[in-house]
Each structure stands twice: as C-alpha cells, then as structure tokens.
Design a protein around this ligand. Sequence first.
Ligand SMILES: [Zn+2]
Length: 221
Amino acid sequence: MGEYWRGAGRGARSMIYVSVSTGVAAGLIFGGILYRGVSMSEGQLGHVAIEPNGPLCACGSRGCLQLFASAAALLSEARARARAQADSLLYTLCEGDLSRLTVADVGRAAAADDRAACAAVASIGRYLGIGVAHLVSLLNPDVIVLGGPVLRVVPSVIQAVRREVDSRAFPVPAAAVRIVQAELGADAIGVGAAALLITEWRRSAIHAPADAPVAIAELAP
Ligand SMILES: [Zn+2]
C-alpha cells in the first residue's frame, strides 16, 4: 500500500507489489483497492509451483517459487557458483568463508560484474521472472513493483525478471506492464501502515461496512 500511495506505484490503476526476502509475497491493488482473499491469505506467490518435481517446500508442496528465488536461494546459488570460480570477488567480500556470505555481498559483487555473483542473480531473477510472468498474463497490471530486502541490495534482479516476462508472458500484457524497483525501501511498511489507517478512517467517515472496499486512491494527497 505504501508503494501505491507514495512510491513507485503512484498513479497506477493496477499495481502488484512483489517482495523478495525469506519468501516471496505479492500485494495486489486493483482500481485503488487492496485485494483481500476470503481467508486473508492472498498473495502467496512464493508457493506457486515452478518445478513440478522440485524439492519439498515447508508448505507441503514441491518446487515452490521461493525455493528458487529468495534470500536463501540467492546465497545458496552464489556459494555454488563461487566454488566453481576460485577468483570470485565473493571470497574477498566474505573473507574466504562462504558461510558468512550475505545478500549485500552478492549485490556488491554483481555490481562489480563478478561472474559467479551475476550468474546467481540471473538464476533467481529467472525464476522470479517466471512467477511474475504468470501474474502479468493473468492480471494485465499497469505496474509490477519489485521490493523487499533482496531487491534493495541486488537491484539487477529486475533485468532478469524483465527478460523472462518479455519471453514468457502473453505479449499484450507483457508490452503494457512496467517493472520497476520499489522506491520506499524500509519506509514502505510505515507508509503502508499510514495508508491503511487513513483508509480505515475514511471508511468510518463515510459509514462504509467493515467488509466494503475503500479505495486507497481516494486518500488525500
Ligand atoms: Zn511452498
């Protein structure tokens, strides 16, 4: 909600916010209204199956997106790629101990064009892009905002996501969608909470029932 109200989704009719951290979550806003599922458990993009025979996920299914595109997946991929490239900058950044490697290290090495780091980023971007391409084909949004701790320090994931969307999503929505980095960083939670409070205040001001959708777009500028 924060990105829609005050960040990268300003002015969009429909926005999907995808956050990559320990998992992958999506927030969906259509016509200024935050979509809520019947059990309030919408947006589990991380548990969309990407590999039918993939590893077991904590949710009970197999091959879920977040097993391939999350902070842990990025680190695991970066360690594996570094083991095949003895001169990788990743070794310098973690002082030779790959168990101490951080997501920020991978971001720094990718920004310096380190081959192992770039390959790891491309791998998680590819899987994330497959998930995002499904959203684009299904929902035809104006904008996809990519955020969360991983995107904050590894923004180059966006290029890989764009490539997958262009090659996999249905052509008309793929051509229409903008894919951008979140603007609010760690402030997004606070701004989103403020937007939620003001929306609820507005709901009470217009005497809307608790389950009636109230548009975030109608908030005061
Ligand atoms: Zn799962």
